[in-house]
Design a protein around this ligand. Structure first.
Ligand SMILES: [Fe+2]
Length: 163
């Protein structure tokens, strides 16, 4: 049984190598797509902020967008450095478009913050998982920086929840 597992892992590694991808570039690619998707969601909340302290949420998500944008740049350029073209699928770009609560909803602010906190947690979990087993220190550093940024932004959202 162990021999089959070894063979399967070897074959997968070979298939990835043939396509110019490695386990590390796949992780970078998936993270880039998740970053684009999360950024779209943050943008939706930014544009649709309504209700109590809407301006505060608008400003905060504007700040998040700028930081998420520079993280996308870091992950995309790292893929290029490793010889893989950074591509984001159309499905990923549109994934979170309909996830934002109706702008006319009375409690849009709370709903928007709750939604973002949930999505940030999902991404933090994925980043933690992808960081495992990375043997390239530069790539590991990118993941550490991203995780720190995501956790900081999520913490700020939790503070906003209390306003
Ligand atoms: Fe704006």
């Amino acid at each position: 049984m162990k021999r089959f597992t070894f063979l399967f892992v070897f074959m997968m590694a070979w298939v990835l190598e043939v396509n110019g991808q490695t386990a590390t570039t796949v992780k970078l690619q998936e993270t880039l797509e998740d970053l684009v998707s999360l950024d779209r969601l943050v943008r939706q909340v930014h544009w649709n902020a309504r209700g109590t302290a809407a301006y505060s949420l608008h400003e905060l998500t504007g700040e998040f967008h700028a930081e998420l944008d520079s993280q996308q740049d870091i992950f995309a350029e790292q893929l290029s450095i490793l010889g893989v073209d950074p591509v984001v699928s159309f499905e990923k770009l549109t994934q979170n478009v309909h996830a934002v609560p109706n702008a006319n909803q009375k409690h849009m602010r709370k709903a928007g913050i709750d939604l973002l906190i949930k999505h940030y947690q999902q991404m933090i979990n994925q980043v933690k998982e992808r960081m495992k087993g990375i043997d390239d220190l530069v790539v590991e550093d990118h993941f550490i920086g991203l995780r720190a940024m995501l956790e900081l932004q999520q913490w700020k959202l939790k503070l906003e929840q209390e306003i």
